[in-house]
Design a protein around this ligand. Structure first.
Ligand code: UDX
Ligand code: UDX
Length: 471
């Protein structure tokens, strides 16, 4: 079967993955009409807003949307019309960890993927290529295929592809423009291979052919989980070493540098931190743990589970170090937390370490001032409420204040905790901050961000992850 040229693409799910990915496809493929649909009207309205106040913060995204919106890129809530018109459909809805039922706390909740699949089957009157973009457990493509085939109309053929997204938030546009690789999984039948080459042709508009990898469906699904698990494992390994550094006087930055200099290891993803966050790492590893257990491989499950446990330990260890350093109590003390997003250059807070730290400080009955340059106030309240389900929001608001600047957050505080590596925290006028803090003034750098010696010279007592305390 010859590969068909796709001219109409639909994306279901206008989130952090679907939005940027399909906007870049529209930019790079002017001959393709790309429609992004979402059930959430407010989200679609934001994508369509006249002043380009987009629902997600991602450097470079606005320029891409400005160049294509209304030309060959459209945002809508009309899912049915979108399905009918499209030749190729990306399913990019969220797949959070299940909160209840079988596999709660580990397995992915595939409800949204299934709903989207059923809707495609119910509405489609012509053949489609359906692409799973959301990160899903292995074999989801198989379930999607069964649902589509059982519900399709005569003369409608569905080919399923797996095409996991490897972009990282904060660098999504650069990652999409210049991906290390594009991975496409398909059935190894003539029809499966034809669908695969139709999708490969889309990426071929800007990605060199040798970087477009085509594999079987299962390998593709597993590779996404494996890639995230390996990346997260590097961070947990470094964070485990950071604890040894603090206890011995070694410096984790020096250790990472020395280890990463070995070209077999490589320098990236070796930065010690207060713990990894984001929508993927924890979810995907728990998924891998669940898969391993389902396959009766308990040792494999335990191995991967430890990566997540080390991350929890790292967060716990950091809050404890704050309490210990502040003379073993923070009750009634004011602590400024700089950064709430799970990493810099995003407004996303999913699984952010800052949430755990603030919850720990709250339970020690400290007062917390929070500042983040991108995260909106309602999101912070939502996350803190979810983290402490037993406390009503009015009570949380008595302990936590959201501030408009780093300087405001640090005023009258006894300690500053850097939770996210925003560049602006490096450039704060630290002498000014020092003047307005209680003394002794403490800084806890959970991101290896600031110049500890410079801050010590100003008068701060500085504690950095992976180093003995200074000052
Ligand atoms: C999601 C998954 O979380 C991740 O596992 C996967 O790798 C890629 O897709 P993300 O785009 O970051 O990541 O999620 P989110 O920002 O929550 O976007 C999902 C969107 O889908 C939301 O806007 C939601 O409203 C929409 N949605 C969800 C639908 O349109 N229909 C549904 O049935 C469910
Ligand atoms: C990740 C993967 O990188 C991406 O390929 C996949 O598609 C989705 O999951 P993302 O979660 O957006 O992307 O961000 P990433 O840059 O990987 O950071 C994840 C977390 O690890 C952040 O909290 C970050 O601060 C932390 N991190 C990263 C470290 O603590 N140290 C490091 O060296 C790198």
């Amino acid at each position: 079967m010859a590969s068909t040229k796709v001219t109409k693409v639909l994306c279901i799910g206008a989130g952090y993955v679907g939005g940027p990915t399909c906007a870049v496809i529209a930019l790079k493929c002017p001959h393709i009409t790309v429609t992004i649909v979402d059930l959430n009207q407010a989200r679609i309205d934001a994508w369509n807003s006249p002043d380009f106040k987009l629902p997600i913060y991602e450097p470079g995204l606005e320029d891409v949307v400005r160049a294509c919106r209304g030309r060959n890129l459209f945002f809508s809530t009309d899912v049915e019309k979108g399905i009918q018109e499209a030749e190729l459909i990306f399913v990019s809805v969220n797949t959070p960890t299940k909160k209840s039922g079988v596999g709660a706390g580990f397995a992915a909740d595939l409800n949204y993927v299934e709903l989207a699949t059923r809707q495609i089957a119910a509405v489609a009157t012509s053949s489609k290529i359906v692409v799973e973009k959301s990160t899903v457990p292995c074999r989801t493509a198989e379930s999607m295929r069964t649902i589509l085939e059982a519900n399709s109309k005569p003369n409608c053929r569905f080919d399923i592809l797996s095409n996991p997204e490897f972009l990282a938030e904060g660098t999504a546009i650069a990652d999409l423009f210049n991906p290390d690789r594009v991975l496409i999984g398909s059935l190894q039948t003539p029809e499966g291979k034809a669908a695969c080459s139709a999708l490969a042709d889309i990426y071929g508009n800007w990605v060199p052919k040798k970087q477009i990898l085509t594999v079987g469906l299962w390998s593709s699904e597993l590779s996404k989980l494996a890639a995230n698990a390996m990346l997260a494992q590097r961070i947990s390994s470094v964070n485990a070493l950071s604890a040894i550094c603090e206890a011995t006087g070694a410096n984790i930055d020096e250790v990472s540098h020395a280890v990463g200099y070995d070209s077999r290891v490589g320098p990236k993803f070796l930065k010690a931190s207060v713990g990894f966050g984001g929508s993927c790492f924890q979810k995907d590893i728990l998924n891998l743990v669940y898969l391993s257990e389902s396959l009766h491989l308990p040792e494999v499950a335990a191995y991967w589970r430890q990566v997540v446990e080390m991350n929890e330990y790292q967060k716990r260890r950091f809050s404890k170090r704050v309490v210990d350093t502040l003379f073993n109590t923070i009750t009634g003390k004011r602590i400024a937390v700089l950064g709430f997003a799970f990493k810099a250059d995003t407004g996303d807070t999913r699984e952010s370490a800052a949430i755990t730290l603030i919850r720990d400080f709250q339970s020690e009955r400290a007062f917390v001032n929070v500042y983040d340059p991108q995260v909106v106030e309602e999101q912070i309240w939502l996350d803190l409420s979810e983290a402490s389900p037993a406390s009503p929001l009015e009570n949380i608001k008595k302990q936590v204040k959201i501030c408009k600047s780093a300087l405001e957050a640090c005023k009258d505080a006894e300690a500053v905790v850097i939770a996210t590596e925003w560049k602006e925290f490096k450039e704060i006028n630290w002498s000014e901050v020092y003047k307005h803090m209680k003394k002794p003034a403490f800084v806890f750098d959970g991101r290896l961000l600031v110049d500890a010696q410079k801050l010590t010279d100003i008068g701060f007592k500085v504690t950095t992850i992976g180093r003995p305390a200074l000052g």
